[in-house]
Ligand binder design. Structure first.
Ligand code: 5AD
Ligand code: SF4
Length: 473
């Protein structure tokens, strides 16, 4: 592929920070501390991007609010992966007409994957005049400059040029949590699964240098974070573009070598690139969660081929068996698309059979949604919506039954957990995760356990989570 990995010079980010400080000075001179609201749709990569937008906003001197009527600046970070996500964004942006009427100086910005699509940027330009600023994922690093242009030029700014993307280091970040942290290891995707819009909006695969990732992980651990999730669309191809020979399994071992007690998680793994070397590293690294999110998407070989997934159902099952050999306690989760164009009822039945064979701990199921510009959007799609919905319901029922059974099998055990949330009003005030990522609602502990590892006795279960008591003392 004719693509050269480009890293943005740090000086460029420093220049953006200078712009952010200039904006802060301007607000200060006006004697006000504006409030910002960042609303995030979609995946963890978007959550992570929103932390960078908040980082810049904090440098501009903004405070933060959840109230759309109180906000001076609203940034909506959008998702394009399915039509439903886009409709929700457009509905909510439409509703901002009221807030803008009540507060005419309010700045409304749209960013992220949805607006990186030309047809969507144009639709926003045409039909949503309340939106002042639109920028795609490739332009996030220059958000201060774009916002300053909105202030200075008093006209709408659109920055959604097509781009293969760069690697940007040093953008400030305001993290959401205290215990859990996102850590991007790479951006973009090269796979071009035929249903997926991601490669078009997020650009080509590009990896951060391992030194940068290790340095950020060290800072996170020093700052008290205990649960680090490495992010990439396809972490298993990490490092290919670096040309240094370091792959994702090597990166895991480097991160595992950082002193301190913490858990390393990662997502997402593409089955075609999941290797024995990775499973061995996961099994041998004591900090690495025994959890694989391994999206299978479909159980029929014909459909997998039409999706351009690069594996057969049998090859997928072999990988699962190998991973379980290395990690008998492995938690396995997946994504499945129901109703890919041309998928027949018999082919869908193969998905059900695969699910029964693997018995996932949990599953994310989606009805196929045509995406503009993708190959699948041009395929004949004769199956009716009602038929697809029936298949979808059958899959959800099976997934729920299997997860319930797998969770119930853990009742009576004592498992080590890490507490990451506390709500004194709730029936089960503490929320925690097991090492392999299962959610546990706990009684018998308080906020002092946040960020702590401790044993929990599992006393109950549902299809989604476990219930238990802290078993300290
Ligand atoms: N329609 C439905 N689901 C999709 N996904 C990606 N693209 C589509 C689409 N066009 C699902 C896949 C992917 C998850 C993040 O979203 O299952 O793994
Ligand atoms: Fe989309 Fe496939 Fe890339 Fe995942 S691996 S982001 S499904 S193209």
């Amino acid at each position: 592929m004719a693509y050269e990995r480009t890293e943005l010079p740090r000086a460029q980010i420093e220049a953006q920070e200078a712009v952010a400080h200039r904006i802060a000075a301007r607000f200060a001179a006006e004697g006000r501390r504006p409030l910002a609201l960042v609303d995030t749709y979609g995946c963890q990569q978007n959550e992570s991007d929103s932390e960078r937008i908040r980082g810049y906003l904090a440098e501009m001197g903004c405070g933060f609010t959840d109230d759309e009527f109180a906000a001076d600046i609203i940034v909506v970070n959008t998702c394009a992966v399915r039509e439903h996500a886009e409709q929700r964004v457009l509905g909510n942006v439409g509703a901002l007409n009221h807030t803008k009427k009540a507060k005419p100086g309010q700045i409304i910005a749209l960013c992220g994957c949805m607006v990186q699509q030309q047809h969507m940027a144009e639709r926003v330009k045409r039909s949503y005049p309340i939106v002042n600023l639109v920028f795609g994922p490739h332009e996030l690093w220059r958000f201060p400059e774009l916002l300053e242009r909105v202030f200075n030029e008093r006209k709408r700014v659109f920055a959604v040029d097509e781009s293969a993307g760069t690697v940007t280091e040093g953008v400030p970040r305001r993290r959401d949590g205290r215990v859990k942290a996102w850590l991007s290891v790479m951006y973009g995707c090269n796979n071009f699964c035929t249903y997926c819009v991601v490669p078009y909006v997020r650009g080509r695969e590009r990896s951060r240098r391992p030194e940068e990732i290790v340095a950020e992980a060290r800072e996170l651990v020093a700052a008290g974070y205990r649960d680090i999730t490495l992010l990439g669309q396809n972490v298993n191809s990490y490092g290919r573009d670096l040309g240094s020979g370091t792959d994702f399994a090597d990166l895991l071992r480097m991160l595992n070598g950082i002193p301190g007690k913490f858990i390393l998680r990662f997502m997402t793994s593409h089955p075609k690139d999941a290797t024995e070397k990775l499973f061995r590293a996961m099994a041998e690294c004591e900090k690495c969660a025994h959890h694989l999110h391994l999206p299978v998407q479909a159980g029929s070989d014909r459909v997998l081929r039409a999706m351009n997934r690069g594996y057969t159902a049998a090859e997928y099952l072999e990988k699962v068996a190998l991973a379980r050999q290395y990690m008998p306690d492995l938690a396995l989760t997946t994504d499945i698309i129901v109703g890919f164009p041309g998928e027949t009822e018999d082919e869908f039945a193969e998905t059900l059979r695969l699910v029964e064979t693997v018995r996932y701990d949990s599953m994310f199921t989606f009805l196929y949604s045509p995406r503009v510009g993708t190959v699948a959007a041009g395929l004949p799609d004769p199956r009716s919506k009602a038929d697809k919905q029936r298949s979808f319901d059958a899959l959800v029922a099976l997934a729920t039954e299997i997860s319930s059974q797998r969770h119930a099998a853990l009742v009576g055990q004592t498992l080590e957990v890490l507490a990451d949330g506390y709500d004194p009003e709730a029936d089960w005030p503490l929320s925690a995760r097991t090492r392999n990522g299962r959610l546990v609602h706990l009684r018998g502990g308080d906020a002092s356990l946040l960020g702590q590892f401790f044993p929990a006795r599992i006393t109950g279960s549902s299809s989604w989570s476990l219930f238990g008591e802290s078993a300290i003392g």
